[in-house]
Design a protein around this ligand. Sequence first.
Ligand code: DX5
Ligand code: ZN
Length: 218
Amino acid sequence: MPFILAPSILSADFANIQRDVEMINNSKADWFHVDIMDGVFVPNISFGFPVVKAIHKHAKKPLDVHLMIVNPDQYITTFRDAGAAILSVHIEACPHLHRSIQAIKAAGMQSGVAINPHTPAMALSEVIADLDLICVMSVNPGFGGQQFIENTYLKIRTLKDMIHATKSKAKIEIDGGVTLQNASALLKAGANVLVAGNTVFSAKDPAQMILDLKNVEI
Ligand code: DX5
Ligand code: ZN
């Protein structure tokens, strides 16, 4: 099964956002990963609706929007209108997670839930059958370019078993610290989507790095 590669716009050059979006359009990448940070749920602020709309205007591939914000429910339809095709909320930010997932679906998007490194996979047991995407944080959210947390492999295997047992169609996405060195092991463990920010955008030739990532052994 081929996998999905989602370069993270967080590491792009914001003064040349159209150029970087076109680079991804013309590359072998599959999705745009778009990180929204509010400075409350995570200790950093990224960007908001005008930037998402600007990316969407030029993007020829789906926007995979990852909300690292409190009270995400109040913005679900606004992100849909800004161009999100896949929308993920954090389990740690949603007291009524089931309702949030249904609202994402009702708005016509694929529904995702992101889980922090300390959150057990089992916390998703009651909603996993409803999900299209599980965004497994393999760093503590807030910043690009952090070091991958090795315990992620165990979590992927647990999620794989849960998906199998519930016949869920959820894809497992790995977000944070993905490199050319660990991509193959992550895919072999059961990941279906790899996010890559620093690895792609700090490369001398980002399009070539995307190709190299897409060609790792599965
Ligand atoms: C971290 C973000 C990630 C980040 C990944 O909070 O959710 O999507 O952009 O960046 P890298 O690949 O640089 O770790
Ligand atoms: Zn992300």
